[in-house]
Design a protein. Structure first.
Length: 315
């Protein structure tokens, strides 16, 4: 059966268009796999909160993640300059802050709500690169979604959980930008492998005391499996994606994450959102998807054809 569902290209413009679509399909698919892995890792971490706390769960995942990445990537001696070391350290600190803040928020809020609030970080990255007209309109849509989610004054959600989710949003924005810069500044996965131990060390003062008194073989196995779901697999996939797409485009693609979080939260944790919460999440997703507008084909240096959101391209 012919799956092309359309005429074959007969001129150079059509050939370039087809190559552009093929060039972006793979990173888009990897981004979806990354998002699902993150949400499953977060949902399956919830049962650990009663045993080792949120900081302990975060530290376990980061520590095993660092060990796995160091073993797999096996970074050899790297001659890094000062700027490269600063980027690696900044990525590690940001990763630790993201894990600690997000899991602390997740203890207080449903998964879908937490991710929707956290998504304001990637949305800010996309808005920063969007035209002025888009930057004026879509934050209002996202703000409407946040109001529906948090229902300020109504006591629907704990304020501490909302604040922690917003801290995670800021860390996620920094993580996107720094991951792209580390991927550009360092060859292979060396920068990522070096940033993981930094993240584990930064989280250790809060997480290690909660874990060390409860170490069992089962806990260690659970921590290792969770580390594969997050941060190992998503970090590697996102590094690959960010090397093929602009960080703003990646941030916009991640607009699906709140919706995926709702599905995973409902299936794995039995967290069914209210109608208002679904409406709020939908507004945040729509704002993220619409920030960059339609896509267009552009020619990158080296005659590499890419499809990127038009709003992220220079005028």
């Amino acid at each position: 059966m012919d799956r092309t569902q359309g005429p074959r290209p007969h001129h150079p413009g059509a050939v370039r268009e087809a190559r552009a679509g093929a060039g972006t399909a793979a990173p888009a698919a990897l981004a979806v796999v990354s998002m699902l892995s993150v949400q499953l890792g977060d949902a399956l971490s919830v049962p650990l909160f009663d045993e080792v706390g949120t900081a302990g769960a975060a530290w376990l995942r980061l520590t095993f993640g660092a060990l796995v990445v160091l073993v797999v990537a096996r970074p050899r001696r790297l001659s890094l300059d000062r700027r490269q070391w600063c980027l690696v350290a900044a990525l590690g600190v940001t990763s630790a802050g993201l894990s600690l803040a997000f899991l602390a928020a997740l203890q207080r809020l449903p998964l879908g709500t937490t991710v929707a609030l956290e998504f304001l970080g990637p949305l800010a990255v996309a808005l920063w690169r969007a035209p002025r007209r888009a930057a004026l309109a879509w934050p209002l849509v996202a703000l409407g979604g946040v109001v529906l989610l948090t229902q300020p004054g109504g006591g629907a959600l704990p304020r501490t959980g909302v604040l922690l989710a917003l801290v995670a949003a800021a860390c996620w924005a920094g993580y996107i930008v720094l991951t792209a810069r580390v991927g550009s500044a360092l060859p292979g996965f060396g920068g990522l492998a070096l940033s993981m131990p930094v993240a584990a060390l930064c989280a250790a003062p809060w997480g290690a005391p909660q874990v060390l008194g409860h170490v069992t073989p089962g806990l260690l196995l659970t921590g290792a499996l969770l580390a594969l779901l997050f941060p190992v697999l998503p970090s590697v996939l996102e590094l690959v994606v960010l090397r093929r797409l602009p960080s703003g485009s990646f941030a916009t693609l991640m607009s699906l994450e709140p919706a995926l979080a709702v599905v995973v939260g409902a299936v794995v944790l039995g967290q069914l959102p209210t109608v208002l919460q679904l409406a709020g999440i939908a507004l945040v997703v729509v704002a993220g998807a619409a920030v960059t507008g339609p896509t267009r084909t552009v020619v990158a240096p080296g005659d590499r054809v890419l499809v990127a959101p038009a709003a992220l391209q220079p005028a």
